[in-house]
Design a protein around this ligand. Structure first.
Ligand SMILES: Cc1ncc(COP(=O)(O)O)c(C=O)c1O
Length: 399
C-alpha cells in the first residue's frame, strides 16, 4: 500500500527516520558512556519497540501503567518515577522496576521500606535551573512541585548524605527541547556547584530528557565529552531519558482535506483535530508544519481541524497550487507526545498507526473503531427501575 492509499487520519512512523535518530543516539551512548532510557511519556507505541530496543538500555516512566508497559514490552532496565505514588502503586513498582525514583522526601519516607531490597532508590532533585521555552513546561518554574528543591536538601539532609535515607541515585530533569549546548554546559556546571557534594556520594544520576541531540547540526561529540567529564567528576553512572530526541521527524499525521471554506482567508478543514490528535499544538501554541507546504507558495491556507473548538488550527501554510478537497496533507513531526495523548473529543475517527519499514513494507500497529469510543465512555448503562435499557445497535462498519 502506498502512503496515498492509507485511510486517514493516520500516523505513519518511518523506520528509516527513526534509525537516523537512533544512530545519533548510539554515538552519544558509546562516546559518553551514558545509558539511554526511552521516556515512555513521549512515545509508548510499543509495537515499534523492536526497532528501538538495540539502541536503548531501558525505559523510564511517570506512572504505574508506563512502568509496567516498559517492563513488559522492552523488558530492559526499568525506571519508575512518579510525581506521587499511592499505596496501591507499590506492588506495581515492586513487580516492574529496577530503580524507583521518588519526587519528595515525604514520599521517600512513606514508601522506601515497602520496596523490594533489590530495587535501587533514587530521589528527584530540582536544581533550580532549567532550559524551557514556556513556563508551562519549565520544571524550575516558581512553586514547582517537581523534585526536592536543591536548597531544601541543605536543611533536610544537612550532611548531604542521601545514602543515610536509603537513596543510591538521583534524577534531575531540567531541559525542554534544548538544542543549545552552551546553555547545557552552563547548567551542568551550576549543578556541580549546587549539588556536587550530594552527587559525589551517590552511585547513579539520571539527567532526564529534553536535550535535542538529534537536531540537525547538534554537536554530539561535544555533548559526549561534556557528559563524560561530568560523570567522571562525580564518579556517577549517568543516564539520559530522551523522548522527543528519539522520535523527532519520524512520524507524519496524514490527514485529508474535507472542505475548503473562506472567511478572510482560505481555510482547509481536515479530518483530524489538534485537540484530539495532536494536543501539544494547542497546549503550547506551536504551529505544526505541513510536508507539502512551500515557503514561497502563492496560495495561503489556514489548516484547520474538524473539531468544534473555534481555535483548533494546525497552522497557516503556503502551497504552490490551490488545495483540493480530497487532497492529503502530512502533518510532520507528529510522533512525540501525540499517540500518548489521543482522546475522543467530538467522536472523531481516531488515527490508525502504521509503521513503514526500511524495505518499504507496511505494518498496521493500531486501529480504533466506534466500539473503542463507546467503551471509553461507559461500560454499560445504568439500570433504571431494575430494567437495563435495551440499546440500539446500528448496522454500520466497525471503523
Ligand atoms: C522526568 C522526565 N524525563 C524525561 C522526559 C522526556 O523529555 P523529552 O521528551 O523532551 O526528551 C521528560 C519530559 O517531560 C521528563 O519530565
Amino acid at each position: 500500500m502506498t502512503d496515498d492509499e492509507l485511510p486517514t487520519p493516520c500516523f505513519l512512523i518511518s523506520e528509516s527516520a527513526l534509525l537516523a535518530n537512533l544512530a545519533c543516539m548510539e554515538r552519544l551512548r558509546r562516546e559518553a558512556g551514558v545509558r539511554m532510557l526511552l521516556a515512555l511519556k513521549c512515545f509508548s507505541c510499543w509495537g515499534a519497540f523492536p526497532v528501538l530496543a538495540p539502541y536503548l538500555d531501558g525505559t523510564t516512566s511517570s506512572g504505574p501503567y508506563e512502568a509496567r508497559l516498559g517492563r513488559e514490552t522492552l523488558g530492559k532496565e526499568t525506571h519508575a518515577y512518579s510525581v506521587d505514588y499511592a499505596d496501591r502503586d507499590i506492588p506495581w513498582i515492586n513487580a516492574c522496576a529496577d530503580k524507583a525514583i521518588f519526587n519528595s522526601l515525604g514520599q521517600l519516607a512513606r514508601y522506601r521500606a515497602m520496596l523490594k531490597p533489590a530495587i535501587s532508590v533514587g530521589l528527584r532533585i530540582n536544581p533550580g535551573v532549567s532550559y524551557a521555552r514556556q513556563d508551562l513546561a519549565d520544571p524550575a518554574r516558581r512553586h514547582s512541585r517537581l523534585g526536592v528543591p536543591w536548597e531544601q536538601l541543605r536543611q533536610d539532609a544537612p550532611d548531604a548524605d542521601l545514602r543515610r535515607l536509603g537513596v543510591d541515585g538521583a534524577m534531575l530533569h531540567m531541559n525542554c527541547e534544548n538544542a543549545d549546548i552552551h546553555a547545557y554546559a552552563d547548567m551542568l556546571d551550576l549543578v556541580s556547584r549546587r549539588l556536587g557534594h550530594v552527587l559525589d556520594r551517590l552511585s547513579w544520576l539520571s539527567l532526564g530528557g529534553g536535550v535535542a541531540f538529534t537536531a540537525p547540526g547538534y554537536p554530539v561529540d561535544s555533548l559526549a565529552r561534556l557528559l563524560r567529564e561530568f560523570g567522571r567528576r562525580h564518579r556517577l553512572v549517568l543516564y539520559m531519558e530522551p523522548g522527543e530526541a528519539v522520535v523527532t521527524r519520524s512520524t507524519d499525521l496524514i490527514v485529508t482535506v474535507l472542505d475548503i471554506v473562506r472567511n478572510g482567508m482560505d481555510i482547509a478543514v481536515v479530518d483530524s483535530a489538534t485537540e484530539a490528535h495532536r494536543l501539544d499544538t494547542l497546549v503550547y501554541r506551536e504551529p505544526a508544519t505541513i510536508r507539502q507546504a512551500s515557503a514561497g507558495g502563492a496560495h495561503a491556507y489556514q489548516i484547520a481541524a474538524s473539531s468544534c473548538l473555534a481555535g483548533d488550527v494546525f497552522c497557516t501554510a503556503r502551497f504552490d497550487a490551490p488545495l483540493q478537497v480530497g487532497q492529503r496533507l502530512h502533518v510532520q513531526d507528529s510522533g512525540g507526545y501525540t499517540m500518548v495523548k489521543l482522546n475522543w473529543f467530538n467522536g472523531l475517527r481516531m488515527p490508525a498507526v502504521y509503521f513503514r519499514h526500511r524495505d518499504g513494507r507496511l505494518t498496521l500497529l493500531n486501529r480504533f473503531g466506534y466500539a473503542d469510543f463507546k467503551r471509553a465512555m461507559s461500560l454499560h448503562a445504568i439500570a433504571c427501575d431494575g430494567q437495563a435499557e435495551a440499546q440500539l445497535q446500528l448496522e454500520l462498519p466497525i471503523e
